[in-house]
Design a protein around this ligand. Structure first.
Ligand code: C5P
Length: 213
């Protein structure tokens, strides 16, 4: 069982992915953390995220044991992550880990930008989760403020718009809805309502018996 969740920055896909995985007793991978960790390690090596060789070296040396590092969710790392993620070689270096994760028992939920299109085109269910940039910025701003980050809401919105632009327009695995993905617009839904809507879509797609078995 593989559930693929894609969508733009701060659309709620990470929180949804976690809850969906818990609901169906599946394991969960937030693939954005891989790119955030590569960005962290590239910067720590004194290189710029735009330096493809340095970013590739960081991707090849990535210790996935560090994906729980709270610094990965720092408001300023998203931009660097989207720059390292635009290098085809970096994406290629992270492919095998993601595909192997998707095959683990008892099944997996992966969320990111290219899960339904590139990483797991064979996923049993695909969701494309979105919301307006303003609503995504509002949510991310509140989340970051709670975590002690000092970015303003306008800065968060500008970051989200820049990342959307880069993620949508890059040549390698751009953000796009897979043809067979269900669209879930969470603009007017809180997280509980979005979760319920996601479960209804997944249950309808799979049939209750299929998932329970
Ligand atoms: O999802 P999150 O905002 O943590 O992702 C950070 C950045 O990593 C994104 O802006 C995107 O450029 C990149 N990313 C990607 N492919 C994925 C997951 C994330 O390119 N599967």
């Amino acid at each position: 069982m593989i559930i693929a969740i894609d969508g733009p920055a701060a659309s709620g896909k990470g929180t949804l992915g976690k809850r969906i995985a818990a609901h169906y007793s599946l394991i969960h991978l937030d693939t954005g953390k891989l790119y955030r960790a590569v960005a962290r390690d590239t910067l720590a090596a004194g290189a710029r995220p735009a330096d493809e060789c340095a970013a590739l070296a960081a991707a090849e040396a990535l210790d996935v044991g560090t994906l729980g590092d709270p610094f990965l969710m720092d408001g300023r790392l998203g931009e660097a992550a989207s720059i390292v993620a635009s290098h085809p070689a970096v994406r290629e270096a992270l492919l095998a880990y993601q595909r192997a994760f998707a095959q683990r028992k008892p099944g997996a939920v992966l969320d990111g930008r290219d899960i339904g299109t590139v990483i797991c085109p064979e996923a049993n269910v695909k969701l494309f989760v979105t919301a307006t940039p303003e609503e995504r910025a509002r949510r991310r701003y509140l989340e970051l403020r709670k975590a002690g980050n000092s970015l303003s809401e306008a800065e968060v919105l500008a970051d989200i718009r820049r990342r959307d632009e880069r993620d949508l327009n890059r040549a390698a695995a751009p953000l796009r809805q897979a043809e067979d993905a269900y669209l879930l617009d969470t603009t007017n839904l809180d997280i509980d309502a979005a979760f319920k809507a996601a479960i209804a879509l997944i249950d309808a797609a799979m049939g209750h018996a299929g998932l329970a078995g």
